[in-house]
Design a binder for this molecule. Structure first.
Ligand code: HEM
Ligand code: HEM
Length: 247
């Protein structure tokens, strides 16, 4: 298998030449491999922060707090909540663009997020193996230098695609606030008639939040579970960049 092939599982890495993966597969002499470069790691944690802010403020935009005491003019709570949502939104959208850039500029692990080898039979076999492992039906998981095949599928098809949807629907609604003819309306206004009318965009955008929340819950669960039960480091890899192997 090549680096860009079905997976970066190292147990059966046959023809990668001169890579850390090969050394690990053959000699087990390498204890750590540099996988996630600084831009990937910085993006990961900034993105996690932005999404936390977006989910909390987004929820409150959809289900606003009860009436505030005092004069209306003395309160700007929803204004601050919306401001935090929009600040988080810019961070999220620009971060996503930066991450796409790094897929071209970075190492081959930086591309894994966007290139799921769904046409390869071997990939699906590895997905099945990992699903069995997650379901406690297999005694041993694979060892992977980059993302494991199930993580890779979820990260692209659930997280990245929903993120693009959130940016499109979010900026379409933002364009309504900035008014017709604004840059956001010009670039994203077409999304509104595509989904029906403004309220439909709100509803779909709201639903997208729950898709992302479900992704985040399963993602954090499996990251911590793999860290404890899997054959390689996981959480510390997204902090230091290095993957270390237990066996
Ligand atoms: C992970 C990303 C995001 C999440 C989880 C999220 C979540 C939400 C939620 C739940 C709502 C309330 C919808 C409703 O019930 O009416 C909302 C509203 C909104 N979001 Fe997002 N959002 C995200 C990204 C974005 C982005 C990238 C933008 C781009 C500017 C954006 C702009 C807006 C706007 C303009 C509103 C409507 C505000 C209003 O009506 O006062 N969101 N968001
Ligand atoms: C809003 C919260 C989060 C989101 C949206 C998110 C999303 C992602 C994405 C998209 C990747 C792929 C990175 C890439 O290839 O560029 C990733 C990797 C990773 N994330 Fe998160 N993440 C979140 C929170 C967390 C938290 C709290 C942890 C720690 C417990 C964590 C641990 C990891 C690890 C360890 C990896 C690398 C997994 C591997 O090596 O296969 N993430 N995350």
């Amino acid at each position: 298998m090549s680096n860009s092939g079905a997976s970066t599982r190292i147990d059966n890495f046959h023809n990668a030449t001169g890579t850390d993966e090969e050394a690990v597969a053959h000699g087990n002499s390498i204890k750590s491999v540099y996988v996630y470069e600084a831009p990937v790691r910085i993006w990961h944690w900034i993105n996690a922060l932005a999404i936390s802010v977006l989910a909390v403020t987004g929820y409150l935009i959809g289900s606003p707090l009860p009436t505030m005491p005092g004069e209306a003019s003395a309160n700007f709570l929803m204004g601050y909540i919306r401001f935090a949502h929009f600040a988080g939104a810019y961070l999220f959208a620009i971060g996503l663009l930066g991450r796409v850039y790094w897929a071209f500029a970075g190492n081959h692990h930086a591309r894994e997020l966007f290139t799921v080898p769904i046409t390869q039979r071997a990939y699906w076999q590895e997905v099945l193996t990992m699903l069995k492992w997650y379901a406690f039906l297999a005694p041993r998981p694979g060892r992977y230098v980059g993302h494991n095949p199930v993580a890779r599928f979820m990260m692209f098809f659930v997280f990245i695609l929903t993120s693009v949807f959130m940016v499109l629907t979010g900026f379409a609604m933002y364009g309504e606030g900035l008014q017709a003819g604004s840059w956001a309306d010009t670039l994203f206004g077409w999304v509104i008639p595509l989904l029906g009318q403004s309220q439909d965009v709100h509803t779909w955008h709201h639903l997208g939040m729950w898709v992302i929340i479900v992704f985040v819950i399963t993602h954090i669960y499996s990251a911590i579970r793999e860290d404890i039960m899997g054959r390689q480091s996981v959480v510390s890899t997204m902090i230091s960049g290095y993957r270390t192997f237990k066996d």
